[in-house]
Design a protein around this ligand. Structure first.
Ligand code: AHG
Ligand code: MN
Ligand code: MN
Length: 335
């Protein structure tokens, strides 16, 4: 046969990756299998969002004070229900919950914890703009029984896997478990994620910057100067860069991963730590970014080296192509 292209489902890919690591317990493939079921259920609801009367605010606020949309609640509950009884997790945490989510008494407790942002970019739902789900997995620290807050509050470098799904023109799942970054596209006709982007590498430099420029007035001098620098003309260094900002972190990051460049959510004079959450957004994307050859910093240090003190902690984020983040860091550190 002429065509040598392999058809690799997400499940087969994870199994094959685990086989390369003798001693792998198989827990991870089961976690991802359960999670991909939740993702497909969320996708089903997200893609018919315009058809049924599910859009609109549920009238409550999440713990970060943002307005919760019904699809956030649905996505949050779906992930919880898919993950609570598999016996692989000992606790979870979600952007939509104030504190630790326990595994119910009747189910076995496993060796891992899962943290997730069930629906990222939810402000964009009504405009049919891409949104996503972000997840992060750690091995527990405590020995057994119910998981504790310390199992959840680990620095990002301890992640054993992280990933996201972008519900866009097609639905893609991108993950790493420390062996590179792999992307799968959902084939809705068969309900399977198929390997479409093997071993993704981020370009060393890009030509795009992505930031909410409406916050310009409140930025520090370093960020202002850096953005002005990117806007100046200098053909030798591909400047001016193009500006692109979707307003869904997952979608903005996904473009940055594939095309290169930089995404920034800096702190400013109103919010010193910016808006994005370390445990649910910055750590998983930083892990993926580094695995693809990029860099992610908070302005002072590597995102993955930040020691968390609370579940909903925010940090500034500068993430993307290695050389672009290096340039940005220079501006931030200028006196
Ligand atoms: P979430 O929908 O999970 O609350 O996250 C929203 C985040 C992120 O997706 C996005 O990049 C950012 O908020 C946009 O914030 P601004 O509107 O301040 O630019
Ligand atoms: Mn989010
Ligand atoms: Mn969210």
């Amino acid at each position: 046969m002429e065509n040598n292209t392999k058809i690799v489902t997400l499940e087969r890919h994870i199994n094959e990756m685990e086989r390369q690591h003798p001693g792998a317990s198989g827990h991870f493939s089961n976690i991802l299998r359960d999670l991909s079921l939740a993702i497909k259920i969320i996708w089903r609801e997200v893609s018919k969002a315009g058809l049924v009367n599910i859009l609109g605010a549920a009238g409550t606020q999440n713990v970060s004070g943002d307005l919760v949309k019904k699809l956030d609640v649905f996505a949050d509950e779906t992930i919880y229900k898919a993950m609570d009884h598999g016996g692989h997790l000992c606790a979870m945490a979600s952007e939509e919950h104030e504190s630790i989510i326990e595994i119910p008494d009747q189910y076995p407790k496993g060796k891992y914890v899962l943290l997730y942002d069930p629906l990222d970019g939810s402000g964009n739902i009504d405009a049919n703009v891409s949104i996503g789900t972000i997840f992060s997995i750690y091995r527990r620290i405590s020995q057994n029984g119910k998981g504790t807050i310390d199992d959840l509050l680990q620095p990002g470098y301890k992640q054993i896997a992280a990933g996201y799904v972008v519900f866009g023109s097609s639905t893609m799942l991108v993950y790493t478990s420390g062996d590179g970054v792999h992307g799968f596209t959902l084939d809705p006709s068969i309900g399977e994620f198929l390997l479409s982007h093997e071993n993704i590498k981020m370009p060393k430099r890009g030509k795009i910057y992505s930031v909410n420029e409406g916050n310009y007035k409140w930025w520090g001098t370093g960020v202002k100067k850096y953005i002005k620098y990117l806007q100046e003309e200098d053909k030798a260094s591909s400047r001016p860069y193009s500006g692109r900002y979707i307003g869904s972190l997952v979608a903005d990051f996904h473009r940055t991963l594939l095309y290169g460049g930089i995404y920034l959510y800096p702190g400013d004079s109103r919010n010193q730590n910016g808006k994005l959450r370390l445990m649910y957004e910055n750590n998983p994307l930083a892990y993926i970014c580094e695995q693809a050859g990029g860099r992610a910093i908070n302005g002072e240090k590597r995102i993955l080296d930040v020691f968390p003190t609370e579940l909903h902690q925010r940090t500034p984020l500068f993430i993307g192509s290695e050389e672009d983040v290096n340039d940005c860091e220079r501006f931030l550190k200028e006196p």
